[in-house]
Each structure stands twice: as C-alpha cells, then as structure tokens.
Design a protein around this ligand. Sequence first.
Ligand SMILES: [Zn+2]
Length: 183
Amino acid sequence: MADFDKYLESLAAKPGRLELFDAVQRAETADKTLLLLTCIDLRYPDVIHSRMEPKFHKLYDHVCLAGAGLAPVVDFGADRKPHWEQTFLEHVAISVALHSITKVVVMDHRDCGAYRKFGLLTKEDNGTSKEKAVHFQQMKRLKALLKKEYSDLEFHGILLPIEPEHDKTTGKATGKLKIETLE
Ligand SMILES: [Zn+2]
C-alpha cells in the first residue's frame, strides 16, 4: 500500500527521458509530461484531479475509457473491443507528438463496473486480493502492448481504493488515500 499524494509527488520529481529542446520552458517540463488513463466512473474525477493538479498542472493529458487499464486490452470473450485498443494507442501517439510525454500513468479503481461487464470480476471480489491481482494482470498486458510501440515510455499503474471519502458540504475528496501500485 502507498499514499496517493506521496506517490504522485515521486512521479513528479522523477526525471524521464532526457532530450534537448530549444525553449527553456519546454526543457523544464519535458521530463514531467504524461498521459493519464482513467476509468469513466463518476465517483473519481475530483479524487484524481484534486491530487493531480497541484503536482502536474498543465503537465498531463487525460484519456477516459471504461475500465482504464482494462479498456485497451479487451481482446477476449464475446464482446471484444479492438477499436478501444486502437483509440488508446492513437491518443498516446498524439500525446507524444504534441506534448512529448515521457510517462503513461494508468489509474484503475476497485469496484469497477467495467471489470464486471467483461467478466473478470464480480461484486463478491470487491476489496479482495483477487481483485488487485486481476487489475494488475490487465495493466501488465497493457504495459506490454505499449512497450511494443513506445519502448521509451515509462508505465505506472495504480489501483485506487473502493470508495474515497468526501466532504459532505463541498463534495471534495478528503484525507489520505491508500493505493496499490504496479511493481
Ligand atoms: Zn471503473
């Protein structure tokens, strides 16, 4: 288990691929820009952006696909989604071209409806070690897919907790968030 804020800080501080750029500003941000892949789930936008913004303001592109790390690798079962894979990879290409990203950060979350829809988990798996294992299995498959075309890109996988706490007045996510991270 890791602390969400501390983990994001370590990502922000970690240098990525080094390249020479003409503009100083570009050079300062070149090792920090990333593409964030999250699920579409309506419980998580504030949880994620309230923590990403202080550390990665104007440093991240954001793609939302159902299931996050699962979406580009739904290549099994009766309801395959090869076009989701294509969509994701084309967005990575655009992020590389426009913003010279050096990392892809994938944020899955527990109690994910997409993992149930595609038959990988059930409600009974919520909060279990099996749930964690299935998420990281899919993330490893996505990492392999990505590395085939973008060997330079760092890959970071995160599993968010099941139900982040919110302030009942403001609706804002509060408190420390314990996450699981892909080794
Ligand atoms: Zn989800």
